[in-house]
Design a protein around this ligand. Structure first.
Ligand code: SIN
Length: 279
C-alpha cells in the first residue's frame, strides 16, 4: 500500500491529496485516490504540471471521456472543454449551483477541472454535498422524495435562451443540441458508495414529474435552500496548476464570478457516468 497524504477539507465533503504527481501514479496509489474520490465527493490536487495530453491520460484512467456538446473546446483537443472568462467579459460559466449534465439520460460521472490561469483574487469554486443534504432531511420528507422523479433540461440554459452572439461567442454554443429533457429519481443511490444522495439542482432541474409548477416550485425551492446550508459546503481557492475532481452524483458546484476585469481559464474533462437509480 502506497503512502498518500489525504486531508479532508470540510466535515461534509472534499479532501486535498498532497504530494502526488498525477503524471506518475502507480496503480496502488490510483486505487487509493479512487477510494478518496468516492468517500469525499470532491478531491483536490495542487501544483500539477499537466500538458493537455497528460490531463487526458489521467482522465482516461477513470473511464470514457464525455465531450460536452455546448462548451468551447481547447484548440487541437476536442476532448478538453474550456471554462474561460476574458477580462472584457462579465458573465462566467457555471456561475450558479448545479451538477453537470443532469439533463442527460445518463449523466456524467464527474469532471476534472485544471486551473491554467487564475485571477489574483477571487474565482473560487463552492461545492456542496448532496449526501449531507439528504441525510439532514426529516424521515417524512425522505419518504416523500423516494417516490418522486425530477425533470431536468438543458433547454433553458444552452438552448434558445442563449443570445446568438455576444458574451458567449466561442465559449458556449450549439444551441440546436439543447433539445431533450431527462427524468431521474430525486434521491439516488450512489452506484459506488451505496449512499443516498439528493439528485435535483437549481441549474438544470425544471420540475417534478407529474406535478404542476405551483406544486413543485415550493418543494424544489426548499430543497435548493436546504442543500446549500453552510455546513454542507466547502469553498476551494485555486492556484494555477490546481486540480479539482468532483462527483456529479454526490455534489453540486458554483463558480464564483467576483473577478471582473481579470482572466480565468480552466480546462475541464468530463467523464461518462452510468444510469442513475433509486436503489
Ligand atoms: C463548471 O461549472 O464546470 C465550472 C466550475 C469552475 O469554473 O469553477
Amino acid at each position: 500500500m502506497s503512502d498518500l497524504n489525504i486531508r479532508p477539507t470540510a466535515h461534509a465533503l472534499g479532501a486535498e491529496i498532497l504530494d502526488v504527481d498525477l503524471n506518475d501514479l502507480p496503480d496502488s496509489t490510483f486505487e487509493r485516490i479512487r477510494s478518496a474520490f468516492v468517500e469525499h465527493g470532491v478531491i483536490f490536487f495542487r501544483d500539477q504540471k499537466l500538458t493537455p495530453e497528460q490531463h487526458i491520460a489521467f482522465a482516461e484512467r477513470w473511464g470514457t471521456i464525455n465531450i460536452n456538446r455546448f462548451f468551447g473546446k481547447l484548440e487541437g483537443h476536442p476532448r478538453i472543454a474550456e471554462v474561460r472568462k476574458e477580462p472584457g467579459q462579465t458573465i462566467n460559466i457555471g456561475g450558479s449551483w448545479h451538477t453537470d449534465h443532469s439533463y442527460d439520460e445518463i449523466p456524467a460521472m464527474g469532471s476534472i477541472l485544471l486551473a491554467r490561469e487564475v485571477p489574483p483574487t477571487g474565482g473560487d469554486t463552492l461545492f456542496a454535498s448532496m449526501y449531507a443534504a439528504y441525510d439532514a432531511l426529516s424521515d417524512g420528507l425522505k419518504e416523500t422524495l423516494e417516490g418522486l422523479n425530477g425533470v431536468h433540461s438543458s433547454r433553458h440554459v444552452f438552448g434558445s435562451a442563449m443570445p446568438e452572439s455576444g458574451e458567449f461567442d466561442g465559449r458556449i454554443g450549439n444551441a440546436a443540441a439543447a433539445t431533450q429533457d431527462a427524468i431521474h429519481p430525486m434521491v439516488i443511490t450512489h452506484p459506488e458508495s451505496g449512499r443516498k444522495s439528493l439528485y435535483v439542482n437549481p441549474g438544470f432541474t425544471i420540475g417534478i414529474q407529474n406535478w404542476n409548477s405551483e406544486e413543485s416550485d415550493p418543494l424544489l425551492k426548499f430543497l435548493y435552500r436546504h442543500a446549500v446550508r453552510p455546513e454542507f459546503t466547502y469553498r476551494f481557492q485555486w492556484q494555477a496548476g490546481s486540480v479539482a475532481f468532483w462527483d456529479n452524483r454526490a455534489t453540486w458546484h458554483y463558480a464564483l464570478n467576483d473577478y471582473q476585469g481579470e482572466m480565468r481559464l480552466m480546462h475541464r474533462i468530463t467523464l461518462d457516468g452510468s444510469a442513475l437509480s433509486r436503489a
